[in-house]
Design a protein around this ligand. Structure first.
Ligand code: ZN
Length: 269
């Protein structure tokens, strides 16, 4: 192991044998600034990150949508896609399709977005191809609404993107789906500290939710993707980080957003 070179991805060192590019994956921040700040601080300590990819739903539910978008925009080499919560807050889709709590939060966000933040959010694309990877919120064929929960959905989406890999969000569950040469899917829900080689014919990866985890672990979730080389497959490392949940909750209550949005943060659901 001593002859390994890991200039950019020290936290993936045991899996990395040549220099690779590391990308920070963030999704479903949901206007939770304390969670986002904690994640950025934690990630900066681990690796020399070349880019940040943000996989939608940066706003909605939480109390600091403007602050979150301002911070994201200030990051170097950041690529951001639009999620269903951006679309709802901007009036591009009807909140009638949301449950009552999500709908109330979308209306609150609509009223509280600064005009320049609303304009910026409206300009975001639904799908980006970056460094040979597809980025979207829900799925490549339906970035706004579809959830990547099953191998069937994974299969049905394969014709809808051209890269080997796709990173996405929306389910709030850190996970990977990988298709091998025998056309069988490997599906894994990831816990903190887990690292997976993405040595599949096709794959999807979801970093989980920064601002509203739903896998009963209330810590903020994110991932670091190393892009691989001709010799090495891409690798993804999943991380969880504690943040000041009480502060995020108090901001939600002070903003008169639905109480349940504050309470769920303590239990991660
Ligand atoms: Zn979401």
């Amino acid at each position: 192991m001593t002859d390994y070179i890991w200039a950019n991805c020290p936290s993936l060192a045991v899996h990395v044998t040549v220099e690779m590019t590391c990308v920070l994956l963030l999704s479903d921040i949901h206007a939770n600034l304390p969670a986002l700040e904690a994640v950025l601080e934690d990630a900066a300590k681990r690796d020399d990150l070349s880019e940040t990819w943000v996989l939608g739903d940066s706003i909605g539910y939480g109390a600091q949508p403007n602050e979150v978008i301002d911070l994201l925009r200030s990051l170097p080499s950041v690529y951001i896609v639009k999620g269903n919560h951006e679309a709802a807050a901007l009036g591009e889709i009807s909140v009638e399709n949301f449950n009552p709590t999500a709908g109330a939060a979308a209306i609150w966000t609509q009223r509280n977005l600064r005009p320049d933040v609303a304009d910026y959010s409206m300009s975001l694309p639904l799908v980006i191809t970056q460094q040979g990877v597809t980025l979207c919120h829900g799925t490549p064929r339906n970035p706004i609404w579809e959830y990547m929960f099953t191998p069937l959905t994974a299969d049905l989406n394969l014709p809808h993107f051209e890269t080997t890999g796709c990173v996405l969000g929306h389910t709030h569950i850190p996970s990977i789906f990988g298709l091998n040469a025998s056309k069988e899917w490997t599906v894994r829900q990831a816990t903190s500290g887990e690292i997976f080689d993405l040595d599949f014919e096709r794959w999807y990866a979801n970093p989980g939710s920064v601002g509203q985890p739903r896998d009963l672990d209330p810590r903020a979730s994110y991932a670091i993707l190393s892009l691989g080389t001709n010799e090495e497959p891409p690798t993804i490392a999943f991380h969880r980080v504690e943040y000041n949940i009480e502060r995020a909750q108090n901001l939600i209550l002070d903003a008169r957003l639905p109480n349940t949005l504050a309470f769920r943060l303590s239990v991660g659901r």
